[in-house]
Design a binder for this molecule. Structure first.
Ligand code: QUE
Length: 350
């Protein structure tokens, strides 16, 4: 059972330590959790007693499944104020971590999806284990690959980031290492010893990670990298789907059917996001863009319907509106990316 605060904040030795502690929800983030982490990181930034920051989770299961989407969808069904407040705060946290001046080490031992990616990907050291499962599954619930997805996914080789965004594919540690999602692989059974060693000798962080490093095995994704590079180079989501359907490969057809199950609006948003993200020159700029998208999609039909189908009723049969890619107009996507009134726009921490 869950005990104590949703984030455990303390300094051990010279290590500032943040431990996600909401195990009943796979440590999915809430607004208060983001606020707590922002407050601690802001205080530690210039505190000479804190040499490095360690980010992990309590218990055995998950690192962080994303956001508290059931609550967010309930908000989105009404005025959306609480949902917007969550994204506003979460993106401030993601942006703070991206620019953080001290080394951060994140232990990604379990599910790392959505919001979990947003807080772990900016860390300088990202430790995976045999239990790591990484995904950006938001197109499956009518949202979009946010938390800096526009930046990180657009910078992966061979259009693999677009493949992750459109299909919501789940990958494990060896593939994460291939893509640079994790920087180090350690057996889960040795994590506690590694964390204790880091608390004892934070200055030796890099040496310790090397000492504990194990082999994640061969990355299964390598076998499909050429196909991804070929098919996901298309100039539109429709073009990508057409090419996958026309291909003489079971793998290609599986990708087409994965994409067919996602929100058409979310797919077109994700495609545009990565196009714009590839050209962006600062992370802060993409977070400002993502907040514009979040502002619209959290009160959109497909988010409520996606959460109903995936989380509430678990029937896996969302009825998207519009239901077909060709019915999502460029003008509708333009509206989702359009500027917000100045009082509503996202801003980084002062
Ligand atoms: C897309 C998402 C999320 C998701 C599934 C998606 C998400 C999220 C969870 C989740 C999973 C298990 C839990 C929980 C939440 O699932 O953000 O509380 O116990 O948090 O397809 O974005």
């Amino acid at each position: 059972m869950s005990e104590g605060p949703e984030v455990i904040v303390r300094i051990e030795g010279r290590v500032g330590r943040l431990t996600l502690n909401r195990p009943q929800a796979l440590h999915a983030l809430t607004t208060p959790m983001c606020r707590e982490m922002i407050a601690a990181l802001a205080a530690w930034r210039s505190d000479p007693a804190v040499e490095i920051v360690m980010l992990d989770h309590s218990g055995e299961r998950g690192f962080c499944a994303g956001g508290d989407i059931r609550t967010l969808a309930e908000s989105g069904a009404g005025d959306g104020i609480a949902a917007r407040e969550f994204f506003f705060t979460e993106y401030r946290l993601d942006n703070l971590l991206f620019h953080y001046p001290k080394h951060v080490v994140a232990f990604m031992d379990g599910v790392v999806m959505g919001g979990g990616v947003g807080i772990s990907r900016p860390a300088r050291f990202r430790v995976g284990t045999q239990r790591t499962v990484f995904a950006m599954p938001e197109t499956g619930i009518g949202l979009f690959p946010d938390v800096g997805g526009s930046w990180y996914l657009a910078r992966m080789p061979d259009h693999i980031g677009l493949w992750l965004a459109l299909t919501g594919a789940r990958i494990r540690a060896a593939d994460c290492e291939l893509l640079g999602v994790i920087t180090d692989y350690v057996e889960a059974a040795r994590l506690e010893a590694l964390k204790a060693a880091i608390v004892e000798r934070p200055a030796a962080l890099e040496t310790l990670l090397t000492e504990f490093e194990a082999d994640p095995g061969r990355p299964p994704l390598a076998a499909h990298q050429d196909e991804i590079a070929h098919f996901f180079a298309g100039g539109s989501v429709e073009a990508i789907v057409r090419a996958l359907h026309a291909a003489d490969s079971d793998w290609a057809r599986e990708q087409a059917s994965a994409i067919a199950s996602k929100s058409p609006t979310s797919l077109k948003v994700a495609f545009r996001q990565l196009q714009l993200g590839a050209r962006a020159t600062s992370f802060t700029e993409v977070m400002e863009m993502e907040y514009r998208i979040a502002h619209r999609l959290t009160v959109g039909h497909d988010f409520l319907e996606g959460v109903r189908a995936v989380i509430v009723d678990k029937d896996g049969a969302p009825k998207w509106a519009p239901a077909r890619l060709e019915d999502v107009s460029e003008a509708a996507v333009d509206g989702i990316f359009a500027s917000l009134a100045s009082g509503q726009a996202w801003s980084p921490l002062p």
